[in-house]
Design a protein around this ligand. Sequence first.
Ligand code: ZN
Length: 322
Amino acid sequence: MTTDKKSFETFTFSGMALDPIHVGTGGTRLGRVDNTIVRDPVTKIPKIPGSSLAGVMRAYTAMAKGKYPTCAGLGQPEHGGAGGHCGQADCPVCTVFGFARGKDSDGGFAGLAGFSDMHVLLFPVASQLGPQWVTSPGAMRFAGADISITNENAVYQGAGSDHLLNLGWLMLSVENHDKWDSLKTKLNELKLPDYMKSKVLLVSDKLFAHIVNSNLEVRTSVAIDPATGSAVEGALFTYEALPRGTVLVWEMTCRNPKHFKINGNDVTAVKSPEKVRDVVADAHPYLENFGIGGMGSRGMGRLHVLQSKEPADEDKSGKEVS
Ligand SMILES: [Zn+2]
């Protein structure tokens, strides 16, 4: 099938946390933690909602394309009608991320790019062998890999050893996995650094949720009164975050621009699903410098996208889904 006919393509990305990352639920108090992070309702593992990702990527793409702040944000015009999304067929931000109903246009546009939630793929944990990165069959599934395990209470690795391994407070028996090569191939595709790939351990989904949730960063901080610059009386609070070194995985669905018109015009800003991906990839360096989620002013949230940007090559497609 040619690029012209495909209605969309899906690309997988991975990124490593350079700082702890906190994407809050908005002040829920749960046990000893005041500011909890968003969790998947089924797996109970923290995740970053796709809506949060889309919001920061829109802002950073607008910066990269010289369209900030007009085409960033929610696009509501100011009182009096000035400002808001430009909504033009040649705007890389408004075509890729969509735009709100403009003051003189017929209506809004949902945008060519869609973002999945960001899931934890590999989680760093201390062991007697130094730092290790833990994953599970469910976590690997988010990256498109199918790998299963038989012993729910063991920890699997590639090369032969039959000792016990401590992961934090857990002491687990080590088993070899006979399909380790397929896991390694997927980690290669995701461009994980070599030092990490040699320290990957596979555990059951249940054990993975335990390990992640008992090794989150919990920080205590003091709220600062912006008026006085001093601590607010009684404002000590705690918040949790994914630790530095966590690897996240997410998917971007890129619709084919050739199938859309904007106010009756062909989309000229991008010509293919690959070009939609490339527009967003221009924002990746901003993610590494300015980060995602809350507490940015406390040195949190920077994420290094592991795939370097490749020039748009129409032959080099993502996985075809329609
Ligand atoms: Zn625009």
